[in-house]
Design a protein around this ligand. Sequence first.
Ligand SMILES: *Cc1c(COP(=O)(O)O)cnc(C)c1O
Length: 382
Amino acid sequence: MDAVNFPPVPFLDLKAQQARLGPGLRQRLDTVLAHGQYILGPEVAELEAKLATFCGAKHCVTVSSGTDALQIALMAEGIGRGDAVFLPAFTYTATAEVPLLLGATPVFVDVDPRTFQIDLNSLKARIAQVKQHGELRCRAVIGVDLFGQPADWAGLRAIAAAEGLFTLDDCAQSFGAAQDGERLGKAADATATSFFPSKPLGAYGDGGALFTESDERAALYRSLRTHGEGTTRYEVLRIGMNGRLDTMQAAVLLAKLEMFEGEIARREEIARIYDAELTGVVETPARVAGTQSAWAVYSVLLPNAAMRDAARAALQAASIGNAVYYPRALHQQPAYAACHDGAALPVAESLGARILALPIHPDLTDEQAKRTAATLRAAVSG
Ligand SMILES: *Cc1c(COP(=O)(O)O)cnc(C)c1O
């Protein structure tokens, strides 16, 4: 097969998705331009109601990004100096950046080598270490639903209940995923998601949302996203931030939400093509019983760094989009050197050299997925 004769396979194709959206998107945007309520316009409330219904959560509070959603959730708990926030070492920097910005200490936890999700035994060991050390108070655990797959929330909730920890679901990559028949959104005390354009439900700019079953938390989130305001605009109850989702992005998301279930189903079909074509060739993503992934990312593991780099080069040569999430665990990044206690986290440290993400988006064709798999197969066997 001469790959050079084939058109490129994009890692993400937002233009194709926009074409699929049709005139509904323009109508939504025109409506906003006509009413002119660019901040907290009616589309924001409509979106919050629809997102809450979509995932079965009692409250949805939209915010300016996934990172701000995490920050508002921790601010609402009063988490800061002297507090330990447990989180997986193998995630995007935003998860760990937020506790640090609030003066708290991120405590990195190892991940499972098959699911890439936070490892419950490592979590227990890290909690025990922090308690033994006696300098920090154990306050919260952030479970990340990495790559679209839910973390083990039953296990996380049990540990959090025993230790009195606040549970925060970093669902930035996994809105739309389900576990035990329920969509993510109420697996933790609070759930934070992101509408960054490349996430499963992406806006045309930054955006995010918080979900909770608690009336008190929802009210706090609404106050914190608007400078800590009270019942009137110029009553300042607490220090907050400028953290609202703008009306234009809400309009985009309302248009996209109509197609979202179908898009998750299409991502699942592509994942099955990859599973079928690549089982026995590379390690395909673990399928966890009772869960539906949102398939933000389809990452395979190669046997070693040399084979991963060769596979990556072969995809590159065939103009097939690919990515490495994440080349380094967070505690190995310069920015986190000072806050890490030096604990070894062997799985998180080893994944970066062997992992490789393949294109998976709703506009990928079967042919493109099969060609991607064939190129990878040839690289591994060659
Ligand atoms: C994208 C992402 C975030 C941050 O979301 P933004 O909307 O970009 O701020 C947080 N955590 C994880 C795991 C992410 O992938």
